[in-house]
Design a protein around this ligand. Sequence first.
Ligand SMILES: Nc1nc2c(ncn2[C@@H]2O[C@H](COP(=O)(O)OP(=O)(O)O)[C@@H](O)[C@H]2O)c(=O)[nH]1
Ligand SMILES: [Mg+2]
Length: 450
Amino acid sequence: MAFEGLADRLQNTINKIRGKGKVNEADVKEMMREVRLALLEADVNFKVVKDFVKKVSERAVGQEVLKSLTPGQQIVKVVQEELTELMGGENSKIASAHRPPTVIMMVGLQGAGKTTTSGKLANLIRKKYNRNPLLVAADIYRPAAIKQLETLGKQLNMPVFSLGDQVSPVEIAKQAIIKAKEDHNDYVLIDTAGRLHVDENLMDELKNIKELTKPDEIFLVVDAMTGQDAVNVAQSFNEQLGLTGVVLTKLDGDTRGGAALSIRAVTNTPIKFVGLGEKMDAIEPFHPERMASRILGMGDVLTLIEKAQASVDEEKAKDLEQKMRTASFTLDDFLEQLGQVRKLGPLDEILKMMPGANKIKGLNNVQVDEKQIAHVEAIIQSMTKAEKIHPEIINGNRKKRIAKGSGRSVTEINRLLKQFEDMKKMMKQMTGMQQKGKKKGGFKLPFKPF
Ligand SMILES: Nc1nc2c(ncn2[C@@H]2O[C@H](COP(=O)(O)OP(=O)(O)O)[C@@H](O)[C@H]2O)c(=O)[nH]1
Ligand SMILES: [Mg+2]
């Protein structure tokens, strides 16, 4: 999983301070020392780390934080807010030209994922904005590059414009726009060539295409796995071409996270989308708030809710949202949700989005075993209604009865009850933070939802 090391280290650090009743400057200093190391180890740019630590420290030792009733939680909130700030605001809109077609130029090094992302974005634009994109094969150098795009086009049932590999990319781009106007394609995505390194010939070619097509967007595609290098690449492309956004690919791999955390700060270019796999629908808008929550183990309730809304019936999803927000969910709800959640996708991925999920033993390392889920279901189903609502009444005798009924051991029952308690505690903490920021009549999450 991406960000695993960083998430683990940051969560350990903040968990130490989260529950403290009193926090002094020395505690903050100690914590920030660990945060600094965690970020550096995740390959976050040195200067970015320095600025980040300075900002958080200043805010954290502020009187209103240290003197508050819950200084530990307040500091975690500061870290969360600053992480979000670091990664930039929400920014996944795609330009729309007054006079179509809107031209999007895809640039980046070889192998970064330009061709794949061109297909994904075209697919997204068609699905989400109901538009009619044209893909343009302007990489004439890499063998089979044109074929690759044509294959994607077929797969998506989307037109691909190509003039073979004997015509210059600039000419291809020019002809493509003429063709798009004829055919009423309102978006044109130009898949350009990449090199192994930033090189002058390549930049000149890209500048020429830019000059001629006057693109509305220039998206740099970068491989998140390349860490610091991704940041350097982004910097040079930005200097030469003026980027409008970055697409960070391969976030489904075990990237340490450095690129995601540094690119915006170093280049002042927003990360607009992230690639999460090779399939054509494996692209998502980049949500800095959600990413920060995820890194800090606060879960990604919003993405979870969205997933739920997409595949579960609306009433139930709303109910889940409400219960999570008010931390009032019972073991019965838990059971119900397990059933629902199984429909959403790979369980380990889904569960990781739950607040406190990092506390569930084994979840981070081991694939969640479907069998274990069945065991959990059996245990909960063997409880009485009262037990499910008030698990605290489950004493030794009741545990024995449940064990018999479910065919599981008392140890397993204890473990489940403990996990459920942990999860609820975590939700309460989030709710506590919400209450702090609550305006009259308003409802505020610890992060901005959209
Ligand atoms: N796992 C994963 N693989 C990706 C992602 N994006 C692209 N790839 C793969 O990376 C490789 C290079 O992608 P390609 O689009 O050909 O890169 P290009 O040279 O920049 O056009 C291909 O095997 C893609 O399937 C992603 O988000 N996740
Ligand atoms: Mg390519």
